[in-house]
Design a protein around this ligand. Sequence first.
Ligand code: ZN
Length: 459
Amino acid sequence: MHELLVELFPICRSITGDGVRATLRAIERHVPLDWHEVPTGTRVLDWTIPNEWNIRDAWVKDPAGRTIAAFRDSNLHVVSYSAPMHRHLTLAELRPHLFSLPERPNWIPYRTSYHDENWGFCLAHRQVERLVDGDYEVLIDSTLAPGSLSYAECVLPGTDTAEVLFACHICHPSMANDSLSGVVLTTFLAEAMARRTRRYTYRFLFAPATIGAIAWLATQGALVDRVLHGVVLTCVGDPGPLTYKRSRRGAAEIDHAVLQVLRDRHVEHRVVEFTPYGGDERQFCSPGYDLAVGALTRTPYGEYPEYHTSADTPALVTPAALGDSLDVCLGVIDVLESNGRYLNLSPYGEPELGRRGLFRAISGNVDASSPEVALLWVLNYADGHHTLLDVAARSGLSFDRIREAARVLNEHALVKEIPDGRLEMGSPRTTLEAQQVQQVQQVHQVHQVHQVTKGTSQA
Ligand code: ZN
């Protein structure tokens, strides 16, 4: 992942243009991609695809003819989407077009001007402070012309058409942790999932932030409801502890799954509530869609000083942190794939576990620390309503222990899994699922009536 990140780092990306396509081509060496080109002027929800921007060169020369900012040294020097120009200016005329960070005088900031035609240069503040009056020459060799916005997705079908979405943004120029760490993680996650058998269909989306996600949503229509669970990935390569931002729903299955995986790892992490700012979770969780999509970062955007500056380099991203983030994502997938609802087939009193060899031969009282306790949790909550994740959360036991208990009980015909026992409301299968739960309840009621009748006759 870190090698791919280093390879992608120098490419000048923006919300459109050849840098995005070069990035997608590099990703395509790892996973198959479906490409989409959305033409300039296309209405996507409330937005319009802008002109495509491409840049070949840009620089500012001071009165002595020395280059003070060159695109070839750092693509952050040019405000993204700067209009083409070649002009001589006084320092006073140039100043409103210069951006720097007084509090970080050696770093170049990252600035964009996507939707107002403008131009500008970003410089280290120490350089701006040294500028003298005189004649400045400015060149921006760019094109802003009708073209298209590019995005791509890798779709891996499962036995179920319901989908798990992983999304990253591919629109940032040379910055490593914000944007690229998410891109390489999404790529390798797709590569890993391509080799596995899958219950869900997996969709890995590589799109420019905001307008790319909006373009994707606009093309999905009602199909967007196939997305049952989702996670937006960025800032996943720094060594800070993981931070999970809940979906707008707050307690969706994806939220439970990520929380459970983070908790089971017993390492420091943070869980924060949904906010309507940040990454593309804003689009997926806009109220018209309200998809169950959360966001995973390590140190969140804006909370590390290098964010959106030239100091966000591949040195800030460690292979170990990327690997750890990948493990967590695979752990979340593992939970989603095996989470389910079970039905206790012997729900009247506790089944005799000792007779089945499921209890220690010599045992005192079973308490919270006993190895058998996971069996009791699963048996009690295998009521057709609670999922294994619910049982893990209630019991405080790890998902692995609860899943293993369900497996053993299933082997002994004490529980059975309810097919497609999904948690999410509003999913295409909700009605079917509700019917199944109802059937289960009816079976129980019939059983209860039978038992009561029997009890009466015996009395
Ligand atoms: Zn960013």
